[in-house]
Design a protein around this ligand. Structure first.
Ligand SMILES: Nc1ncnc2c1ncn2[C@@H]1O[C@H](COP(=O)(O)OP(=O)(O)OP(=O)(O)O)[C@@H](O)[C@H]1O
Ligand SMILES: [Mg+2]
Length: 278
């Protein structure tokens, strides 16, 4: 369980990233966090694994106040929280399986790390993680030969391989075309359902949030302005979260003429990737 109790974050320059946040997230929930750029989405999820420290109130994960963690206890704690970024953070010149195996490095001896010696058991575990995200056949391919969607799946496999109870994902589909974004979102959903992993995802595209998550948290200028099941996120609610600005969507007519939501269908469709964003 994750709890925010009157949690706040004031950055050293005085900007209030979070204001009096109160939330309870149960194990196994799939939560989308939405809001305008600068609203505080990244700040919110990063306080959970202490990438960012709160400056007021408490963040409590499975009964532990995260601000009390130090050294070894902090490292152990972080092993249970996977983090996924927009930019994948892969070693692109390495093979897929080597990237997945790096999640095991914190548990290994110095020499094994130095020479990249992994046990059969570790290799099997990495292959199993790749199977879960449907890219087992790419295990020995170099990451720079994969599409953006495939690379994000490698990142997801690497995270799964550390056996997390929570996955924090900061704009994991922002760099992907709509079809691929739908595929990656359905990977998250499947993993959430099959493995009971709590997933918190920051996402710009509201339609994807509503299609795949169970619960939506809307944040505006550091404050939670909506928190409820996706069914309750009406247009009126979205107008409040977005201050009346147009709600960003991945699957609108211009960007995705055929909104393919089913991963299998998407695979067949083989829509060319959008140019890398400059
Ligand atoms: N290191 C920092 N120092 C000072 N202010 C910061 C810092 N990081 C974020 N902020 C500010 O805190 C507020 C929330 O930022 P945050 O990155 O959490 O927003 P976000 O909702 O993730 O935005 P985006 O959608 O653009 O990623 C913004 O006003 C931002 O400028
Ligand atoms: Mg952000």
């Amino acid at each position: 369980m994750i709890e925010f109790i009157h949690a706040g974050k004031t950055y050293p320059n005085g900007v209030q990233g979070l204001k009096d946040v109160n939330l309870t997230i149960q194990q196994g929930e799939f939560v989308a966090i939405i809001g305008l750029s600068g609203a505080g989405k990244s700040t919110l999820i990063r306080t959970i694994n202490r990438m960012i420290d709160v400056t007021a109130g408490q963040v409590i994960v499975d009964g532990v106040d995260v601000m009390t963690l130090r050294g070894k206890s902090m490292r152990r704690f972080r092993r249970h929280i996977g983090m996924i970024f927009q930019s994948f953070n892969l070693v692109t010149r390495s093979t897929v399986i080597k990237n997945v195996l790096t999640s095991m490095v914190p548990d290994m001896g110095f020499l094994r790390v130095l020479f990249g010696i992994f046990t059969k058991k570790q290799e099997l575990s990495a292959l199993a993680a790749l199977e879960k995200v449907g890219i087992l056949d790419k295990a020995y391919t170099r990451c720079d030969q994969l599409s953006g969607g495939q690379q994000q799946r490698v990142a997801l496999a690497r995270t799964l391989n550390q056996n997390p109870s929570i996955i924090l994902a900061d704009e994991p589909v922002a760099a992907l075309d709509p079809v691929t974004a739908n595929q990656v979102m359905s990977d998250f959903k499947r993993i959430n359902q099959d493995m009971n992993i709590t997933i918190l995802i920051n996402i710009h595209h509201v339609d994807l949030a509503l299609d795949y998550a169970q619960r939506v948290i809307g944040i505006r200028a550091g404050e939670i302005v909506f928190d409820g099941p996706v069914e309750q996120a009406t247009q009126e609610v979205l107008d409040t979260i977005y201050n009346g600005a147009p709600v960003p969507k991945a699957n609108d007519e211009q960007t995705a003429p055929m909104a393919v939501k089913d991963a299998a269908k998407a695979e067949e469709a083989a829509v060319p990737r959008r140019e890398a964003r400059g």
